[in-house]
Design a protein around this ligand. Structure first.
Ligand SMILES: [Zn+2]
Length: 71
């Protein structure tokens, strides 16, 4: 029984150390393309309206392109 607890703690410590060591984690999303500090669509490079950026955090395309891609 004690061995099980030790193993669990060791695994937990390993996860923590991995996180501290900067092991790659999943990114939240590519986000928009910044052109001269303006968030732009990665497909058509038109500025993405701020309302959309607020509504869809991390979005990387304008609404038109997103709809064309069908997602
Ligand atoms: Zn676009």
């Amino acid at each position: 029984m004690a061995d099980t607890v030790d193993a669990a703690q060791a695994a937990e410590r390993y996860v923590l150390l991995s996180a501290l060591a900067g092991v790659p984690r999943p990114e939240p999303g590519p986000g928009p393309l910044y052109i001269s500090g303006v968030a732009c669509c990665r497909t058509c490079e038109e500025p993405i309206i701020s309302a959309r950026l607020k509504a869809v955090p991390g979005c990387c395309r304008c609404r038109e392109c997103e709809e064309e891609l069908g997602s």
